[in-house]
Design a protein. Structure first.
Length: 298
């Protein structure tokens, strides 16, 4: 994931993640107004606060689509709910969280017949007048199998600060994967047996080369009025599983929102999405958006 706040008065930040299943070390934050800019550790839970905050921002996240009708997003363990184009949607900060979450999303389907997509999605804020962020979709495209497994959004931060002499590179030591107890239970709307746990290696994915038509859809989110309580419950349970104290962890520095209004359109999307605006990049993105890539577990 990548999050970039837009034109805040004193505290613009850039946050990126490295597609590691690690809630404490995979996410980094850069304070863009610091004299010396260097990535600092920020937890998954702090990132949730930044995503939810109504300050104007651009955001790159990941979307899961499957061939399971009425997949129950209410049983998510590693997803997050945000408002996109006026609708609540389940999203993931990294592809690895979507892949790991498939162990917990409730459905009943032969693993050999299960097909899915993971999309990279670019979003920009619609307005700051509400209590939390609301986004418009700028672009989306399907990830290839190798991308879903190796995507590292640090590349966006590297590109943005490539010519900034005040930027200091972080240590190249990669965070290790964390273990979350499988018995951690989250509320579900309906108890359904899942055959999915019979998959021997749920992390090994490949592209489905067969030209078979698949109707893929996003998981059905909970009712809008239940989203806030569900998000808080998921976060509390994850903190318990990780041994994090119940007290709410605050971001390293509080977001300070500019008083200027944010335009409710995507016409003025800038900053990180400028990376996609060169002719070659724009053409490449257009091709990717038309390319359908369907994944399966091996």
């Amino acid at each position: 994931m990548l999050l970039e706040t837009l034109d805040l008065r004193t505290n613009d930040v850039l946050i990126y993640s490295q597609n590691m299943f690690n809630f404490n070390d995979s996410f980094k934050i850069i304070f863009k107004n610091e004299k010396i800019k260097t990535p600092q550790r920020i937890t998954y839970f702090d990132v949730c606060s930044y995503v939810k905050d109504p300050s104007p921002k651009n955001l790159i996240i990941y979307r899961l689509l499957t061939n399971v009708n009425s997949l129950d997003a209410y049983s998510t363990k590693y997803g997050y709910f945000i408002n996109i184009n006026g609708k609540v949607e389940l999203i993931y900060f990294d592809p690895v969280f979507a892949i790991k979450d498939l162990r917990h999303l409730r459905f009943d389907l032969d693993p050999q017949k299960f097909r899915f997509k993971i999309q990279q999605v670019g979003l920009t804020s619609l307005t700051k007048k509400e209590s939390e962020a609301s986004f418009a979709e700028v672009y989306s495209f399907d990830l290839k199998a190798i991308e879903a497994q190796s995507q590292n959004d640090k590349i966006f931060a590297d590109a943005i600060f490539a010519f900034d002499d005040s930027f200091l590179e972080e240590s190249l030591i990669a965070p290790k994967e964390q273990s979350i107890p499988t018995e951690l239970k989250l509320p579900v709307t309906e108890e359904r047996h899942s055959k999915y746990d019979t998959v021997a290696n749920i992390n090994k994915i490949a592209e489905d080369k067969h030209k078979v038509h698949h109707n893929l859809s996003t998981p059905q989110p909970p009712e809008a009025g239940k989203v806030q309580d569900l998000r808080e419950e998921i976060i509390d349970l994850l903190k318990q599983a990780l041994g994090i104290p119940a007290a709410v962890e605050q971001p390293v520095k509080q977001v300070q929102v500019s008083q200027t209004n944010t335009t409710e359109s995507t016409e003025n999307v800038s900053k990180v999405f400028d990376l996609f605006k060169t002719t070659n990049k724009s053409d490449e993105l257009s091709v990717r958006e038309r390319d359908s890539i369907i994944l399966k577990f091996e």
